[in-house]
Design a protein around this ligand. Structure first.
Ligand SMILES: [Zn+2]
Length: 188
């Protein structure tokens, strides 16, 4: 079991919502995602394949010079349908969990979900005005929305949206607002 002394802010993160906002989330997309300013140590190449059997292929190196090891593997994608139409993509982590983001903690080698690494959000230490605060709100909100989406067996009653569906609408709207907030700020 991985020690849970790390929080999500210690990690490199690949989030589907961020890729979407950067407009590199489409079938056949190729992009380089980077964290911080040191080249090689802090970047990964991503190749995105959508549709049935969709995946994101990760390619990155860890270590310097002769100790450098190249990692090249894929994480499968899965979809859920949106009440607003279309589908929503998720990572299918090796542990079987459907997640919006995967993390690479310091000294780890593979991206996996925050449950796999036992990561917590260090939200108390985070300034509410920082972009990271929005990031935490977004992922908490996303998880809540996803749980609710699974619970809804009857979205409408007598032609009107049920209480749970209305709550889901509200959560989705809040999450969308946080995504907008994130993209207007630097540092993610
Ligand atoms: Zn996992």
């Amino acid at each position: 079991m991985w020690s849970s002394r790390y929080t999500v802010e210690d990690c490199r993160v690949v989030a589907i919502s961020t890729l979407k906002k950067q407009e590199i989330f489409y079938d056949g997309a190729y992009g380089i995602i980077s964290w911080g300013t040191t080249p090689y140590q802090n970047q990964a190449e991503l190749i995105i394949k959508l549709g049935t059997n969709g995946y994101i292929r990760f390619r990155y190196g860890i270590g310097c010079d002769e100790d450098r090891v190249i990692f090249d593997y894929s994480i499968h994608l899965t979809t859920t349908s949106c009440y607003f139409g279309g589908v929503r993509y998720w990572f299918m982590c090796n542990c079987g969990k459907r997640v919006g983001a995967v993390y690479l903690p310091p000294n780890a080698r593979y991206f996996a979900c925050r449950h796999c690494y036992g990561l917590t959000y260090n939200s108390r230490s985070v300034n509410r005005r920082s972009s990271f605060y929005s990031f935490i709100k977004l992922f908490n909100g996303d998880e809540k929305a996803e749980k609710l989406r699974e619970e809804i067996t009857r979205p409408y009653y007598r032609g009107l949206p049920t209480k749970k569906l209305r709550r889901l609408y509200k959560l989705d709207q809040e999450n969308a607002a946080y995504i907008n907030l994130l993209t207007t700020r630097e540092g993610l």
